[in-house]
Ligand binder design. Structure first.
Ligand code: ATP
Ligand code: MG
Length: 426
């Protein structure tokens, strides 16, 4: 019978890869804690309307990428394509935004029906951050400083660059949109097909177009920054001052608009040139209107999401994963002969008591000395502890270094933990 396989674009993350995932996740978690962020965990499935009302009906995500289905009650549900909508829904539902500021983060799988390729999958993972109740550019700056610190911690500083833009208020965008449509309509037949379609559905996205013909038409198009409202302009100017003061480099990209409807004022992307076309590793912006749009009180908000797969690809490509990040054991305890099984299990327990930071693996399943030593080697352990019937009778153990030429030693079983602790010091 044919074996059932995983769904295209949905990856298993295998034991060889999970140490890298854990390294990245732990690094981000520690960093966010340093900045006072609280974790929130939302369901993976939400009502379809939540995404339609927040991301926007005429966006790539809602038009063609969502995994939507009717559940057994006939309700339309959707696997979350991003985390912001669910985070806002949860924060509102539980009164987290009432008269207070919040710094929240989450991580987990997101689902989009896109064409799978390197750095683009149908189930992928994001770590997202959302801040509520802070209107000024100071929190925008803090978010970008936080990401800059993360790249530094991961060794990625020279490999990521920041692009920022202001897309203004909804009102100023509307005026600009009309001007843009006016201008582009004169060239409608020369635009690429996607942009032709967007002229009536989502004209701002045309600014994103990679098509050379469309790009050259855009060169003389009205510019969004000429239409910015005073409030957005002041916000953006101050953000740039704060970034300059903090030493965070950036470029202003007037074409940066982002693909989701809820953004306004600040938008940004961290981009790497080391991953080809899928180069955006972190993206976000301000979305002051969303909470109200979803039925809450007007609440300022700003956030971003990082693509975990892309960051891991980047760390691997640049060979930036520390050697200590692996799934290796530290100590492998063997048990040669039936009588040694219970003592070996007990010995390993006492090692875990005394060396709480170490990975102690006990050999289970019996077998010859040779086969047990082979498994010890494959575990990656630096030391094998040898417990046979002779050692058992003498109250001793053998301590065999597996990664150096040092000879095996025999020592009292009660001295083992100390000897290992000393050995790991070197
Ligand atoms: P792109 O332009 O690459 O499609 P996006 O604008 O759709 O990205 P966002 O919705 O802003 O992406 O999501 C934030 C981040 O999540 C992206 O910058 C990227 O790192 C990651 N991401 C988005 N879609 C995918 C995907 N299908 N597979 C892997 N990572 C993704
Ligand atoms: Mg996309």
């Amino acid at each position: 019978m044919a074996k059932i396989q995983a769904i295209r674009g949905m990856n298993d993350i295998l034991p060889e890869q999970t140490p890298t995932w854990q390294y990245l996740e732990a690094t981000v978690r520690n960093l966010l804690r340093q900045y006072g962020y609280q974790e929130i965990r939302m369901p993976i499935v939400e009502q379809t309307d939540l995404f339609k009302r927040s991301i926007g009906e005429v966006t790539d995500i809602v038009e063609k990428e969502m995994y939507t289905f009717d559940d057994r009650n006939g309700d339309s549900l959707t696997l979350r394509p991003e985390g912001t909508a669910g985070c806002v829904r949860a924060a509102e539902e539980h009164g987290l935004l009432f008269n207070q500021t919040r710094r929240l983060w989450y991580s987990g799988p997101m689902f989009r029906h896109e064409r799978p390729q390197k750095g683009r999958y149908r189930q992928f993972h994001q770590i997202g951050v959302e801040c509520f109740g802070m209107a000024g550019p100071d929190i925008d700056a803090e978010l970008l400083m936080l990401t800059a610190r993360l790249w530094k911690t991961l060794g990625l500083s020279g490999h990521t660059r920041l692009e920022i833009n202001s897309i203004g208020s909804a009102q100023s965008r509307k005026v600009y949109r009309d001007a843009l449509v006016d201008y582009l309509s004169g060239y409608a037949s020369e635009l690429d097909p996607d942009s032709q379609r967007r002229l009536t559905t989502n004209p701002l996205r045309i600014l994103d177009s990679k098509d050379p013909g469309t790009r050259s038409i855009l060169e003389n198009a009205p510019r969004l920054d000429d239409y910015l409202d005073d409030d957005s302009r002041a916000h953006f100017d101050r953000l740039r001052e704060l970034l300059d003061a903090a030493g965070v480099s950036y470029t202003v990209n007037p074409a940066l608009v982002r693909g989701l409807d809820y953004y306004g004022k600040t938008v940004f992307e961290w981009i790497t040139d080391s991953l080809g076309a899928q180069g955006t590793v972190c993206a976000g912006g301000r979305y002051d209107g969303l909470v109200e749009q979803l039925g809450g009180k007007p609440t300022c908000a700003v956030g971003f999401a990082m693509g975990v797969e892309r960051l891991i690809l980047l760390l691997e490509t640049l060979d930036l994963i520390p050697d200590s990040v692996n799934g290796d054991a530290d100590v492998y305890v063997t048990a040669m002969g039936d009588a040694t099984v219970a003592p070996a299990l007990a010995l390993a327990e006492s090692l875990r008591d005394q060396l709480p930071g170490r990975v102690v693996v006990t050999h289970c399943g019996g077998g010859s000395f040779k086969s047990q030593m082979k498994k010890a080697d494959r575990s990656g352990a630096r030391y094998a502890v040898i417990l046979g019937e002779n050692e058992l009778a003498n109250g001793t153990v053998g301590l065999k270094p597996l990664r150096s030429e040092e000879p095996q030693r025999e020592l009292p079983r009660t001295a083992l933990a100390q000897a290992l602790a000393a050995a790991f010091e070197h």
